[in-house]
Design a protein around this ligand. Structure first.
Ligand code: NAP
Length: 255
């Protein structure tokens, strides 16, 4: 392989991917493993399907059970992962939830649960991992999964919009402070992807048709669609990319 393609290799790296049992987290886990990384997939239920997909590619995948709504899980995750690898090189903050409700009726519990998982956990897990990276001086890669609602307001998902807009904000804020330590913090903003996250939306015939009509690529995205961006941002090929959020959206934001 020539040297530029070598830069995309994740051989010998270890990656944590949160929410690895399904959807985009599964697609990203498979991609990072295919590029050579040992993937530690964090989930609150079995990652059996992801493990099988990774094993089919002769990749390495280890499941770590944790509830991403509780900050105490950070210690559990890092302790488990460090038992099996000398160093974490990549963190993908993917786990997230969405609650659909008219803004006027959003209950406090729903607001808090969305912010806790989508924002609070992303921040403090990144902070914990970055502390190790600053201590050993070897740097690392953080990829935060953002959204079209990091850029736009959305409809009937105000807590989700607040969380994802903030995640793109902290992607820039952390990059500004940590780039000098060799830590690349970047984001991927998926467009409208066919996963559990959008199941309700896709069942609503009118909303589904409206969304599809606005996507230049004329189709919903898939977990495979985010794989290339994930490998790039996790790799040495992205060493000089800091604080940027790449849209993988079939052209949605270009409209
Ligand atoms: P998904 O299929 O609903 O996946 C979400 C993942 O997060 C699942 O693995 C889920 O586990 C996990 N998770 C949620 N709460 C958790 C908790 N308390 N503890 C542990 N894991 C938890 O949807 P997805 O589309 O793949 O979403 C992945 C990320 O992409 C999310 O951050 C989402 O906001 C973002 N995103 C999605 C779209 C889209 O169109 N689909 C667009 C933009 C951004 P369970 O399976 O156990 O619930």
């Amino acid at each position: 392989m020539n040297s530029i393609m070598n830069k995309f290799s994740l051989e010998g790296k270890s990656a944590i991917v949160t929410g690895a049992n399904t959807g985009l987290g599964q697609g990203i886990s498979v991609a990072l493993a295919a590029a050579g990384a040992h993937v530690f997939g964090v989930a609150r239920r079995s990652c059996e399907e992801t493990a099988q997909k990774v094993e089919a590619l002769d990749g390495k995948f280890t499941e770590v059970m944790a509830d991403m709504s509780k900050l105490e899980s950070i210690e559990t995750i890092l302790t488990e992962v460090k038992k099996q690898t000398q160093r974490i090189d990549i963190l993908v903050n993917n786990a997230g939830i969405i609650k659909r409700c008219d803004a006027i009726d959003v209950p406090v519990e729903d607001w808090d649960s969305v912010i806790d998982i989508n924002l609070r956990m992303v921040y403090f897990l990144s902070q914990a991992v970055a502390k190790d990276w600053m201590a050993d001086g070897k740097g690392g890669k953080i990829i935060n999964i953002c959204s079209m609602l990091s850029f736009q307001g959305g409809i009937r998902v105000p807590a989700y919009t607040a969380s994802k807009s903030a995640v793109m904000g902290i992607t820039r804020a952390l990059a500004n402070e940590w780039a000098k330590h060799g830590i690349n913090v970047n984001g991927i903003a998926p467009g409208y992807m066919a996963t559990n996250n959008t199941a309700q939306l896709r069942q609503d015939a009118e909303r589904s048709e409206d969304i599809l009509a606005r996507i230049p690529a004329a189709r919903w995205g898939t977990p495979e669609d985010v794989q290339g961006a994930a490998i790039f941002l996790a790799s040495a090929a992205a060493d000089y990319v800091n604080g940027y959020t790449v849209a993988v959206d079939g052209g949605w934001l270009a409209r």
